[in-house]
Design a protein around this ligand. Structure first.
Ligand code: ATP
Ligand code: MG
Length: 428
């Protein structure tokens, strides 16, 4: 067996012999004794090297191992007050499985924070930093918690095509590609397909998959490839959709608190379970709040400054409901007087999710498409599903990385993706 225990498992023993494997995080030589800190995903172990026990040659060899080399150490675990970790391993043998070159292009144990570009260029090293890896532990638990809530509520997990012939939102922000002799695009959202599944009688579906947006602007909250968590449910209205969305988020956060308390500590965040239900604020109420500080007309979307005001005035998680129809996509259900059944889920000034009760009536859908300058002919595959029995339905799309940002407190969305795709980055 290459490894008998992880560092965490070893930390719970006293007197047993173990073989632990990992990376050389740090090595300090103090004359006849040396401390080698070994790191794996689960934590650290201090290997205490004593010259008189190891012999001169081994001591010399082991203290020369370069930082970040991959090693396995065999030895006895012992509890000790002296070690910061509360235990140490007295190795008899250390094997270098793969030596690391020096100097390192990016220090792993250093406190110095490199700029984002250097970090991404050397992502495999950057990710070795426990506080960087912690983001992905949180992300995994969050996703798992959300999935559990959806499954427990009767949602079927589905996958829809990412190579498509038409734009979901009808316009720009599309990555074109060649599909043999046809033109195709990378899908911006599974919106149209998940709605078709409502016509298919799937009743409740969710999808967790990449979405692609050719956003030209480089911001700290936009990526060109992100993970969209989408849900759609039949015989349901906007309130039903909001209710499952807020439950999913709470389920995700609960799981993070349950399973990843150490990661949260490494990230220096105190996470608490948000209270349900989240506050619902209508677009008109939000507009009034904004107008106390800056001027904004009815029918406009909230600007960055306006969202800052809302973030300050409302705070935490909240929904903005009853949006003007004109600033929402064609598929949302219209209400009277130019309103709609669309909603956005916000956290302070950040949009996390957009959703709505959908327009399930063919004639009205076609009319709204035309009024938005879209050609219904191009959406035939979608519109057909509305002619032969489409139930009323509602749903939402939630950006996973936006939620990870909020839960981990990181300021740049790139930190929430292992290999981010932005305006200039395609490698690694
Ligand atoms: P924004 O106004 O913040 O650009 P949007 O309204 O264009 O977002 P939607 O089409 O409503 O986005 O997509 C649903 C959700 O997907 C958003 O609320 C957000 O969480 C996420 N999302 C959308 N675009 C991006 C992106 N470029 N990068 C990361 N997440 C995104
Ligand atoms: Mg939106």
């Amino acid at each position: 067996m290459l490894r008998t225990h992880t560092t965490k498992e070893a930390s719970m023993l006293d007197g047993e012999s173990v073989r632990v494997c990992g990376w050389v995080h740090d090595i300090r030589v103090l004359g006849r004794i040396a401390f080698l800190v070994l790191r794996d995903r689960y934590g650290f172990a201090q290997l205490t090297l004593i010259r008189s026990l190891l012999g001169k040659d081994k001591f010399k060899e082991y203290t020369k191992i370069t930082r970040e080399s991959v090693i396995c150490a065999t030895g006895k675990v012992q509890k000790t007050e002296q070690a910061k970790l509360g235990f140490e391993i007295l190795p008899e043998i250390i094997e270098v499985l793969n030596p690391a070159d020096a100097p390192l292009p990016l220090g792993v144990s250093d406190m110095v924070t490199a700029d984002m570009e250097t970090r991404i260029e050397n992502r495999f090293l950057d990710l070795r930093k426990p506080e960087v890896m912690a983001v992905f532990k949180v992300r995994s638990a969050l996703l798992q918690g959300i999935r559990e809530v959806l499954v427990a509520n009767g949602f079927l997990e589905v996958h829809t095509p990412k190579i498509v012939a038409t734009a979901t939102e009808g316009g720009t922000e599309l990555f074109p590609l060649k599909y043999f002799e046809k033109d195709a695009y990378l899908n911006q959202s599974p919106q149209l397909y998940k709605q078709i599944l409502m016509a298919a009688g799937f009743d409740r579906v969710f999808e967790i998959a990449p979405a692609f947006r050719a956003e030209e602007h480089n911001t700290t909250r936009h990526l060109n490839e992100f993970i969209s968590i989408d849900a759609e449910l039949s015989f349901a209205n906007d309130e039903d959709a909001m209710s499952i969305l807020e439950k999913s988020i709470v389920g995700g956060i609960k799981r993070v608190i349950d399973k990843e308390s150490e990661a949260l500590e490494q990230l220096n965040v105190k996470l608490s379970i948000p209270e349900l239900p989240f506050r619902r604020v209508t677009y008109d109420e939000a507009l009034n709040l904004v107008n106390k500080h800056i001027s904004m007309e009815w029918g406009e979307d909230f600007s960055t400054e306006a969202l800052k005001v809302l973030g300050e005035e409302i705070g935490g998680f909240y929904f903005i409901t009853r949006w003007p129809l004109d600033i929402k996509p064609f598929y949302v259900l219209p209400d009277e007087d130019g309103y709609s059944f669309a909603f956005d889920l916000m956290y302070r000034d950040k949009e996390l999710s957009s959703g709505a009760q959908r327009n399930h009536r063919y004639e009205s859908l076609v009319e709204i498409m035309r009024s938005k300058g879209l050609n219904p002919e191009n959406f035939n595959f979608y519109l057909r599903a509305f002619k032969y029995g489409m139930p009323p339905h509602a749903g939402w799309g939630l950006g996973l990385e936006r939620l990870v940002m909020i839960v981990t407190g990181v300021k740049n969305i790139r930190e929430c993706v292992i290999f981010p795709r932005d305006r200039t980055r395609l490698v690694p």
